[in-house]
Design a protein. Structure first.
Ligand SMILES: Cc1cc2nc3c(=O)[nH]c(=O)nc-3n(C[C@H](O)[C@H](O)[C@H](O)COP(=O)(O)OP(=O)(O)OC[C@H]3O[C@@H](n4cnc5c(N)ncnc54)[C@H](O)[C@@H]3O)c2cc1C
Lengths: 248, 601
């Protein structure tokens, strides 16, 4: 089995979010970047396939040289090789086209992407990728077993789970459940040392179109101060809800 | 190579040679690999240690052992161990980084980690024979076995060479029989290997041995000590009763034990300094968060100048500790590399590399262990009554911090060592203090220049001050050595004052150099807070130096000589432009408050 794990380089969940250039660009100043959590669940599941079923695991990411630390972390966790597509990930359609090219050239039979990345939360890449490649697709995947060419996957659906059987080649949009948080691997020191020697191939992007363009970002309005109303003063509460909050 | 060797400052030479900011290593110089190691260590700490903080408070010794094994699985115990013995063979900076970031959550784990990887393993990697290393080091590196270090005895603490534990050679010459009582032994409760120091016959110096922990071989343990802090670090007495140790388990040669003990401690000291850093970052983070949220008089207490002053001082000292620790760490790493390039084995290179900077190791041990103490103390104060409660992490952080001033040589011993070693180095001609000290003497007799210096450039005045502060040390120590010669060591209060001057110089200089280097590759704006911290640190350093300088001078000089030196002291510690430290502190605290923690590394 040859697995490709698609990794997105995203701001740490505790980052302060700001925008520059007239609110059209995310301000990366002082922001820590990490492997997108949904992708890390996928990568950890891929490592399990590597250890138990002898799979080969490659990782791929779209971005400039600044994302190399994130890619190296994936190598330190245990991926065998990495590919960086040297382009800014401008939108989901663009990224999916780039990834599709790598999948075609690399003979992969399982592509693990995250359900969505936690930066822009587009949630489109795995679906578009499967369509471009004409592969089977399971989204919001919370469990995956592979037996030869057959795959059994579980999907999160509204209020429950759905179990599907399908076959390779397959693209999944993974999330927590593929493995649990406690299964996530901390890169060990040997892994970190070995990551230095592992192959990180940089490929140039293919010509591809964007389907969308970011024109403006807005932050949710800041919350106002909390008003405390005495429990005995129901009239005031009603008046506030009616006149200020305008909810009744 | 020879020229490079010249450029690399020798230990103690910072005092008489100017260091350029390009030549210091800073936390901002970490490689991608360093950062990955740091991040892995942090993840380990957050997941396995910080999340189970109460277990460490409740004397869960088994949990300490369990997490030590997990640290072993991640390779965190083998950073410094050569690859030939199952380790990572990484540089000294990596060793310090892991030690730094693994130590912040709880002193219990920090002590277990330090005792095992430092004094429990290093004596074998540094002094062991090939066979000894093959046999013990891989298991210690992986965490399959743990090590403990038995030097202290009920009657031999600071006077470590005075132990009564005996080693008697058997008639057939095949083994030694060791008998004696060791005290305060960290990791005793779960270790497999003891490094034991014992005396053979009436030797002047003790001898080191590797002793496997086998209860059937006359080894018994005392109960766990009841301690102020580090509640889950195993600390017990170890009794040896005719414990048979094969002769091939002697470490190095007969009578070389004291040297082994001291060299293991040199490494231990600088690592202990690193181990006192992350606790400060965490305490600053917790205290800032609390101060931002706690309302009194209808406002977050963070808005009070009293709290801001504390937060600013805590951050500044932490920044200074980082600056000096990593500066010295890289000096050691480079010195080891130079020695290896010159043909030394890794073992010899490492020994000599660390020994070279023994002065800096002692300086750092004292300075950073006192910083963490002050930091946790102010942490409690910021939490008010809640700080005194065992339900908040301040209380345990404060108790855990206390031990660092005691072990690895008390801070009194290390203060004396720092100056003592420097004087010895000067006598041996390794560092030329005499020339510069004579020059300072002449300067004192001469007429001071009344030219107004140009201090318009960033740090111009601060760097000029550092140069003058070095003259204070040379003046005080130089005259004291002249006066007392080898008797100087009996004038302890004087030695302690001189040591405080030395410590402040090293810390202040390192801080300024770090910031200067970072300004050069970014901008003054980007480093505004670091500039403020560097200025604030220097200001308090100058204060200490004025006070200690006076005490010292008056203790041994009289009449004209005294007057001249006090004038010199005034001249050497004078600011042309008094910094507005209130404004500096406010500026620093506001940034820490806005970031809700320490974000300078
Ligand atoms: C929790 C804990 C863990 C420890 N772990 C280990 C371990 O793993 N292995 C090990 O071998 N030891 C260990 N120690 C022992 C530790 O290193 C000693 O406690 C320390 O060296 C001080 O020795 P002492 O306690 O006998 O104090 P003393 O030497 O009696 O000192 C008492 C006071 O006198 C001062 N003093 C002593 N001599 C002088 C002097 N010449 N000049 C000026 N002042 C002086 C000291 O600074 C101190 O303030 C540990 C101790 C503790 C508390």
């Amino acid at each position: 089995m040859k697995i490709l794990v698609c990794i997105s380089n995203v701001p740490d969940t505790t980052s302060k979010i700001n925008f520059t250039d007239g609110d059209t660009k995310f301000d990366t100043n002082g922001v820590q970047f990490v492997i997108n959590p949904n992708d890390e669940f996928g990568l950890t599941r891929a490592m399990w396939f590597k250890e138990k079923q002898g799979a080969t695991v490659h990782v791929v990411s779209v971005g400039g040289p600044t994302i190399d630390p994130t890619i190296r972390k994936a190598l330190a966790i245990g991926a065998d090789e990495a590919i960086r597509i040297n382009a800014e990930p401008t939108d989901g359609f663009f990224v999916a086209q780039q990834l599709a090219e790598v999948v075609k050239n690399g003979d992969y039979n399982l592509v693990i992407a995250g359900r969505e990345s936690i930066d822009y939360n587009g949630g489109m890449v795995p679906g578009i990728l499967a369509a471009l490649l004409d592969m089977n697709f399971v989204n919001t995947c919370i469990s995956l077993e592979i037996d030869g060419e057959n795959a059994t996957a579980q999907r999160e659906i509204d209020g429950g789970k759905e179990t599907l059987s399908t076959s390779l080649p397959l693209v999944i949009g993974g999330q927590k459940g593929l493995v649990q948080e406690s299964d996530l691997k901390i890169p060990n020191m040997r892994g970190i040392m070995m990551a230095r020697q592992k192959k990180l191939t940089v490929v140039e992007p293919v010509d591809a179109l964007n389907a969308t363009q970011e024109t403006k970002f807005e932050k949710p309005a800041a919350k106002g101060a909390v008003k405390l109303v005495d429990a005995s003063n129901v009239d005031e509460l009603i008046s506030l809800l009616h006149n200020e909050a305008k909810v009744i | 190579m020879a020229t490079e060797e010249k450029e690399l400052l020798r230990g103690g030479q910072f005092l008489v040679k100017e260091t350029k900011c390009e030549d210091v290593f800073t936390l901002e110089d970490l490689t991608e690999e360093h950062k990955m190691m740091r991040d892995s260590t942090k993840e380990f700490v957050d997941r396995e240690l910080w999340a189970h903080w109460e277990r460490f408070e409740k004397k869960d010794y088994a949990y300490t052992e369990e997490t030590m094994r997990k640290a072993g699985e991640l390779g965190l115990l083998s950073i410094a161990v050569p690859q030939a013995y199952g380790g990572m063979g990484m540089g000294f900076v990596s060793t310090m980084l892991v030690c730094d970031y693994i130590s912040g959550a709880t002193g219990s784990f920090s002590t277990a980690f330090g005792a095992h990887t430092g004094i429990g393993t290093m004596p074998i990697t540094l002094y062991g024979t090939e066979e000894q290393k093959q046999k013990y080091v891989p298991k210690l590196a992986s965490g399959e076995w743990f090590g403990a270090y038995c030097l202290t005895e009920p009657g031999a603490g600071s006077d470590a060479n005075s132990g009564k534990t005996k080693a008697v050679l058997s008639e057939d010459g095949k083994h030694y029989s060791i008998s004696g009582q060791k005290m305060w032994i960290s990791n005793a409760g779960f270790c497999s290997v003891f490094i034991v120091f014992a005396r053979i016959e009436d030797d002047k110096n003790i001898t080191g041995f590797i002793v496997e922990n086998d209860p059937s071989n006359g080894i018994t343990l005392g109960d766990e000590e009841k301690k102020l802090g580090i509640h889950s670090s195993s600390t017990r007495q170890v009794f040896f009763n005719e414990t048979k140790v094969p002769v091939e388990n002697m470490l190095s040669t007969r009578g070389n034990g004291f040297k082994i003990a001291m060299n293991a401690l040199n490494v231990g000291r600088i690592k202990l300094a690193a181990a006192c850093l992350d606790a400060q970052r965490r305490v600053i983070g917790e205290a800032t968060n609390y101060a931002n949220e706690r309302l009194q008089f209808k406002t977050p207490i963070m808005n009070f100048g009293a709290i801001k002053a504390k937060i600013a001082n805590m951050a500044t000292n932490c920044y200074a500790g980082e600056s000096a620790s990593y500066r010295a760490a890289k000096n050691i790493e480079d010195r080891i590399a130079l020695r290896e390039a010159a043909g030394n084995t890794h073992q010899e290179a490492e020994l000599k590399g660390v020994e070279e900077y023994a002065i800096e190791c002692s300086i750092l041990k004292v300075a950073v262990s006192e910083d963490v103490q002050n930091c946790t103390d102010e942490g409690i104060q910021i939490f008010g009554g809640m700080g005194f409660s065992a339900d908040t992490p301040m209380e345990s952080a404060w108790r855990d911090a206390r031990i660092s001033r005691i072990y690895e040589g008390t801070n009194e011993i290390n203060r004396m060592l720092a100056v003592g070693m420097l004087v010895k180095k000067a006598m041996k001609g390794h560092v030329d203090l005499l020339g510069p000290a004579t020059a300072v003497g002449e300067e004192l007799m001469g007429i001071p220049s009344f030219d107004a210096p140009d201090f318009s450039e960033l740090f111009a005045e601060e760097k000029d001050l550092i140069k003058r502060l070095k003259k204070v040390f040379l003046m005080v120590a130089g005259s004291a050595v002249q006066k007392f010669g080898p008797e100087l060591e009996n004038h302890q209060q004087l030695m302690l004052s001189a040591s405080d001057i030395l410590i402040e110089i090293y810390m202040a200089e390192s801080t300024i150099l770090r910031t200067e280097k970072n300004v050069k590759r970014s901008s003054e704006d980007a480093q505004a807070i670091q500039i403020a911290m560097s200025k604030l640190y220097l200001y308090t350093a100058v204060d200490t130096i004025v006070q200690k300088g006076k005490e010292a001078v008056v203790s041994f000089a009289e009449g004209d000589e005294q007057r001249m030196m006090l004038m010199g002291l005034k001249r050497f510690t004078k600011y042309t432009n008094q910094p507005n430290v209130v404004a500096l502190r406010t500026q620093i605290a506001d940034k820490v408050a806005a970031d809700n923690g320490y974000t300078f590394s």
